[in-house]
Design a protein around this ligand. Sequence first.
Ligand SMILES: Nc1ncnc2c1ncn2[C@@H]1O[C@H](COP(=O)(O)OP(=O)(O)O)[C@@H](O)[C@H]1O
Ligand SMILES: [Mg+2]
Length: 263
Amino acid sequence: MSDDIDDDISRKLESKIDNKLASKSKRKHLEDGFKKGKVVNEVLDKPTVMTLYKMIKDHIIAYVNGSISAGKESVVFWGVDEHDVSVALKIYLVSTSNFKKREPYILGDPRFSRLKKGTKNLVYLWARKEFRNLSQCYDAGIPVPQPLYVTNNVLAMDFVGQNGVPEKSLLYSEVDEDDYKQAISIIKDLYHKAKLVHSDYSEYNIFKTENGLVVFDLGSAVDLRHPNALEFLKRDIYNINRFFNKRGISVEDQNSLFEDIVK
Ligand SMILES: Nc1ncnc2c1ncn2[C@@H]1O[C@H](COP(=O)(O)OP(=O)(O)O)[C@@H](O)[C@H]1O
Ligand SMILES: [Mg+2]
């Protein structure tokens, strides 16, 4: 597509979005990719809505089909592509993001040593960081949602679940010894194969599926060269042990696990 046409489309989209944002009562009339009555732009700012439109124009998704989860720092939407395949859209919120909390997981990671100033840049960088972490895991054969696309503050990945309903996390699942074994083997593979420490490894960020555990929410994961990588690893082990222990599974000693992983 030529730049002129591209510009033209952008201008049209822009004025459309202006109209949409201008009046919430017009929400029911949303067309072009946003399903009727499914509100997306209530929580999303205009640049983010533009980004989603760009993804539709680039055929990454066909439409957005509603929200799945709303956190303080990010929201996850259910998107559908042109072949009717579901994708998960994780959108980092620019307005509410608290970067002081994230700094420890990005400063010190040599992959992201050139940090530009400004919250928006940091939010965009965070999205790229999660994409990159997912890619490193996916390439290493670790069970994660396959990363598909990242642009600005929007990350698209494989939808883990069915009909817009995500799989249950460990927290909401029955767990057994084999789940514990898998959880530990994922930490080991993250370390040895993907060269990462998850840094937010817990019952909240692991799906239990028919085909085994799938780990996600990798925004905080750091490179092994990060100065605090080992401290984060200890905490990951502690947290996952605590969860399985609470569920009555006998867990391995956390120090021996740690030594065994880093030796
Ligand atoms: N790839 C995915 N497929 C299906 N659901 C997902 C996917 N990624 C996230 N979700 C849903 O969104 C929720 C929040 O995602 P998460 O990455 O943990 O973000 P947060 O930073 O808010 O914890 C998850 O608990 C899960 O229900
Ligand atoms: Mg999470």
